[in-house]
Design a protein around this ligand. Structure first.
Ligand SMILES: NC(=O)c1ccc[n+]([C@@H]2O[C@H](COP(=O)([O-])OP(=O)(O)OC[C@H]3O[C@@H](n4cnc5c(N)ncnc54)[C@H](OP(=O)(O)O)[C@@H]3O)[C@@H](O)[C@H]2O)c1
Length: 239
């Protein structure tokens, strides 16, 4: 199978993350992260506009990334062949954590039977822990993906993801609200920003969270940069 084929990725976007190997002992030790500390890394991939947005406003079933948000992922869908390695890395983790808005457009109490954007066999093939304030039974999909709904916060989600991943990597799959919480907690080891050469210009939509909103200032250690006409891949080592 072509690992870079867009059909490996979430329909309408590329909101998944990938693997990286953590040096032993480099994970923060004080947040109850389970037995695998030191054996795996926490990665995060997110595509951002030059003005810091990873989605547009007014997400809906027809606009999974919000209005105009889909343009961010042109590099991934219209130019997949030019970015095979970066796309493949997004799906290398063995457990994923995402926010409820990344999982779908349903808000408030769960109604209906929403099972994600990805059809009966999502591309994750491993457990996915969805942060939400609204409890829901786990949803088992074809191909090894099970969505578990976590209502006790990001650290609890990390403990569960780490247990599920064993010695494999864990990926924070976005959106920005969720990623920012893990960044603020210091729980991301490798951050891969895919900067799309555009601005979204939506500052009037104050409800749209930007990447790094609420995250304390810090230095980032550049590990790798690769630019194409469609995106600049910037990898930072955070530990
Ligand atoms: N550009 C990219 O690479 C990329 C990647 C991923 C996603 N996206 C896009 O980004 C948008 C979603 O991002 P977002 O920032 O709006 O939202 P998000 O992070 O996906 O989800 C936020 C929601 O998750 C729940 N949640 C988050 N933290 C929680 C906590 N600590 N405890 C309990 N529940 C918690 C809350 O939902 P409830 O209170 O309703 O339960 C919250 O409103 C979508 O359009 C998605 O397609 C883009």
């Amino acid at each position: 199978m072509n690992r870079a084929a867009p059909d490996r990725l979430p329909p309408g976007d590329g909101k998944v993350n990938g693997g990286w190997r953590r040096p032993a002992g480099s994970l923060p030790q004080d947040v109850g992260l389970g037995q695998s500390v030191g054996m795996a890394r926490v990665t995060a991939d997110i595509t951002v506009s030059a003005d810091g947005y990873s989605s547009g406003p007014n997400q809906s079933k027809d606009d999974p990334l919000g209005e105009q948000g889909e343009r961010l992922h042109e590099w991934m869908f219209a130019h997949a062949a030019d970015h095979e390695d970066e796309i493949a890395a997004i799906l290398e983790a063995r457990a994923y954590i995402m926010g409820r808005n990344m999982f779908g457009p349903v808000r408030g109490e769960w109604t209906g039977d929403w099972q994600g954007w990805w059809g009966p066999e999502p591309p994750y093939h491993h457990p996915v822990f969805v942060l939400t304030h609204h409890p829901r039974e786990s949803v088992e999909m074809l191909g090894g993906t099970t969505f578990h709904f976590v209502t006790d916060g990001p650290e609890a989600a990390m403990v569960r993801a780490r247990e599920a991943a064993g010695d494999g990597d864990i990926a924070i799959a976005g959106g920005a609200d969720t990623l920012n919480q893990f960044l603020a907690l210091g729980l991301v080891d490798v951050l891969r920003l895919h900067v799309a050469p555009m601005t979204l210009g939506i500052s009037e939509h104050r409800e749209v969270v930007r990447v790094f909103d609420g995250v304390p200032a810090r230095r980032l250690k550049p590990a790798h940069v690769r630019a194409t006409p469609h995106v600049t891949h910037m990898t930072y080592e955070l530990h």
